[in-house]
Design a protein around this ligand. Structure first.
Ligand code: PEP
Ligand code: MG
Length: 827
């Protein structure tokens, strides 16, 4: 790949331009800075430029970009003095635009001459975006490139992401184009192009915004693959999946959330297995939730009248959503209540609304237009690559149904009687409307444990099993069910003995919970006096106070991803300091372990473009990404250090696989100390969640101050079972004997250097598994805040030696269920 050197009179400017260019070039392109002179003075230094060129040199050569006057002279002299070989070209391009365009082109595999010409044309991007005529650029139009005959493949591609094909998505397109042996070109329908998909300048001059459609054409041996890959990238919003989507694919279903074709009803005694979404046991009768709202066949009274009706219906839906938000917050689930804030935003979503208004203007009634718009949007979200976004389709259904109900004067969420609610997929609205006094449990055909409805069910304390498949919908209303929200099963028509046994278990669990809550704020002291720290996992800004309220002794895992998600820019150091300080203050002096950014290709991050990966869970996640983008980690570490000067903070690196990664992270921490001048105590630990880290525990313990085992990932990697895949759920269910053996190995490695070991994966919040973990030597457990009290209570009921004996036995258990049974015998 062509290397790039940025020469500037100012070291700061050169650094800034390199950081910008790196956004386009990723870490594949060598981009070096040569700014300023000795002692931070303004000027250019031939030796610095020469060094930078030599560092950036590759077989493909180096392009040098310069700012003013003497920068050119220094660059020319540096080239003359070069000792190694290699081709160097000095670029005439403007520094910032040129560096950015050159980096993108280099990443796409362009030659030195192509990179130079891309940089030289970079000024056209700005002209086009401003719609200003330049000497040789027409406003808003790319200089169309010659069409190369009939293409081998073509596709129409809608722009779905909020800010369109701006620079970062364009960089992904360029990287994608570079991977295929094909000439991929893009044109905006009814607008500019075609331009090469390897040209940032060309792509920018398309000025493609959300809602536009691109025509992609390709010629060459891999034309079809290139177009298909582009379609996939575009359908995920170019890595910015959080943005709203636009579609005009026709859809004609009559109901929102249409259930799949009903299967044959299961026989009495049949056990359906789904996903355990909210703990607890329920025995009751099936109560089918009628979720459909009829659209009716009203004719339009004219566009103006229909627009007015839609506006009024949205206003009434807005009030209803606000009422639900208050009601859920009033039940103590403040964070969960914010789900309804997202619904308010959906109600005003431009894409949804514009589509509905277009329908009205096309002559249909407000209800028909809104219904079609909501259906299309939800269908499109369901088709997205990103799992979390797919789950949000239920939220679109929900908002769609509310407005439709207001338009037709029907009830959006009819009341259900006492029993176990069975539905295709519950929306947050449905869940909030359920009366916990009447609703004993929830069983749904679709959904996952991380869907909003599941989160609400947990917050409301209603046992739930989701993702049971369409068979559950075939169970007739009034059929007795036994729902086990811990095991994720539903037993159809349990016999008397099974029902009474389950009722007894539910009663005992209720009693345990009552006692646990009473002692939630006391330490988890085992019967022999060993005290285990029971911490909370947090994933949001306002959750600290609630964790303390629920008895957490501290925070064992702050997932800082929330700071970065759904935003176009990375949060500033000051903003991170502010958020971390607020959380630390809410903890009132309790310890707080801050995990550095743990995203990767499975969770797109709009602020950091990531090329699509075939196996994202095995890709550039966690610390791997942070080390590839050290500027991200550096900002985080400076923020953590600043807060650590005032509060008891620790920092933790995720997804460490080899010791050298940790060394690199610790180097960055050292640099952050030097930059901030803060010498405050700050322990630095790692998450052990990759089997290689478990095997290297002793070596890593020599470098890290503490370990926290991420059993979610450790289980997925050890068992070769992807954590979101329901089909391999039994391999993911804990406590797997193989994972317990890895825990034993990790504890042994840590003990050589006397390092403490905690667990912050889901296993820590499972009372039975928690005993086994403690039996293996874990001394800190961190979990979802509502689980703290019960885990503490379970720990109090046993001695350390009993737990150790049970753990020893569990290591030899044939599977996770048998391992759990060993621990359950102690409870
Ligand atoms: C884990 O992998 O167990 C963990 C706690 O990290 P996350 O679930 O955030 O990947
Ligand atoms: Mg993890």
């Amino acid at each position: 790949m062509v290397g790039i050197v940025v020469v500037s009179h100012s070291a700061e400017l050169a650094r800034g331009v390199v950081a910008l260019a790196r956004q386009m070039g990723g870490d594949e392109v060598a981009i070096e800075e040569a700014g300023g002179i000795e002692d931070g003075e303004i000027g250019t230094d031939v030796e610095r430029v020469r060094g930078a060129i030599e560092r950036a040199m590759s077989d493909d050569g180096v392009l040098v970009l310069m700012d003013l006057g003497s920068a050119l002279m220094s660059a020319e002299m540096a080239v003359e003095l070069m000792e190694g070989g290699g081709r160097v070209v000095l670029s005439e391009a403007p520094l910032v635009e040129g560096a950015v365009a050159a980096a993108a082109a280099a990443r796409g595999g362009a030659s030195l001459d192509e990179v130079r010409s891309e940089a030289a044309r970079s000024f056209e991007m700005k002209l086009a975006q401003l719609g200003v005529s330049g000497s040789d650029a027409a406003p808003g139009s790319a200089a169309p490139e010659a069409e190369a005959g009939e293409p081998d493949a073509r596709a129409e591609i809608p722009i779905l992401n909020e800010i369109g094909l701006h620079a970062r998505p364009a960089a992904l397109v360029i990287a994608l184009a570079g991977r295929f042996d094909a000439d991929l070109r893009l044109a905006k329908q009814g607008g500019a192009g075609p331009v090469s998909a390897r040209s940032l300048t060309g792509l920018m001059t398309l000025v493609a915004r959300k809602g536009d459609r691109l025509l992609a054409t390709a010629t060459g041996p891999q034309a079809a693959e290139a177009v298909a890959a582009l379609e996939e990238l575009a359908s995920g919003g170019f890595g910015e999946g959080a943005a709203a989507v636009v579609a005009d694919a026709p859809a004609e279903p009559q109901l929102l959330s249409e259930p799949g074709a009903p299967a044959a009803p299961p026989d009495a005694g049949a056990e359906l297995t789904g996903i355990a979404a909210s703990a607890g046991i329920a025995v009751g009768l099936v109560r089918r939730l009628e979720q459909t709202v009829e659209v009716g066949d009203r004719e339009s009274d004219g566009a103006e009248a229909e627009r007015g009706r839609l506006e009024a219906a949205r206003a009434s839906a807005r009030e209803a959503i606000e009422r639900d938000r208050e009601a859920v917050a009033g039940r103590g689930a403040k964070a969960e209540a914010e789900i309804f804030s997202a619904h308010l935003a959906l109600l005003d979503d431009d894409a949804l609304l514009e589509r509905a208004l277009a329908g009205i203007d096309g002559g249909v009634s407000a209800e028909a237009a809104w219904h079609a718009a909501a259906l299309e949007t939800a269908a499109q979200w369901r088709g997205l690559d990103d799992k979390l976004l797919r789950e949000r389709a239920a939220d679109v259904d929900d908002v769609g149904r509310r407005v439709l109900a207001a338009l037709t004067g029907s009830d959006a969420a009819p009341a259900v009687g006492e029993g176990i609610v069975v539905a295709d997929e519950l929306t947050p609205r449905d869940t909030a409307a359920l009366d916990p006094e009447l609703v004993q449990g929830i069983a749904t055909a679709r959904g996952t444990a991380t869907a909003h409805a599941a989160i609400l069910a947990r917050a409301l304390g209603i046992p739930a099993v989701v993702g049971l498949g369409s068979r559950v919908l075939a169970i007739p209303d009034g059929t007795p069910l036994l729902l086990d929200g811990d095991a994720g099963t539903v037993l159809v028509g349990p016999d008397d003995a099974q029902s009474s046994d389950a009722r007894e278990r539910a009663r005992a669990a209720g009693e345990r919970q009552r006692i646990a809550q009473k002692h939630a704020h006391e330490p988890a002291e085992m019967r022999d006096g060993t005290v285990i720290e029971v911490f909370a996992n947090l994933g949001g800004a306002g959750e600290g106070a609630r964790a303390v309220e629920l008895g957490a002794d501290g925070v064992g895992l702050l997932r800082t991803e929330f700071l970065f998600l759904e935003r176009a820019e990375i949060p500033s150091e000051d903003e991170q300091v502010q958020t971390l300080t607020a959380i630390a203050s809410d903890l009132g002096g309790r310890p707080l372990i801050v995990r550095t950014l743990d995203v990767g290709a499975d969770k797109p991050l709009a602020a950091v473009p990531m090329a699509p990966e075939a196996n994202p869970f095995l890709g550039r996640r966690g610390l791997r990404l942070s080390l590839a983008r050290p500027e991200l980690l550096a900002v985080q570490l400076r923020a953590v250090l600043r807060v650590a000067a005032e509060h008891p903070l620790k920092v933790m690196f995720p997804m460490v696989s080899v010791a050298s990664e940790l060394d690199a992270a610790l180097e960055l921490l050292k640099a952050a100390r030097a930059e901030t001048g803060i010498s405050a105590e700050l322990e630095a630990g790692i998450m052990v969640e990759v089997p290689s880290a478990a095997l290297l525990a002793e070596q890593l313990a020599g470098r890290a101050d503490f370990f926290s085992i991420g059993t979610n990932d450790l289980t997925q990697y050890a068992m070769a079972a992807e954590r979101g895949n329901e089909l391999v759920g039994s391999l993911l269910a804990g406590p797997q004997p193989a994972v317990l053996r890895l825990v034993r190995l990790i504890v042994a490695g840590a003990s050589v250097h006397e390092r403490p070991v905690g667990v912050c994966g889901e296993l820590a919040g499972d009372p039975a598994a928690a005993l086994l973990l403690v039996g293996l030597g874990v001394r800190e457990l961190s979990m979802a805040p509502p689980l703290v009290a019960e885990v503490k209570q379970a720990l109090r009921s046993v001695t350390l030696s009993d737990a150790a004996a049970a753990a020893e036995q569990a290591l030899d258990a044939p599977d996770a269920a048998a391992a759990r049974a060993v621990a359950n015998a102690l409870l």
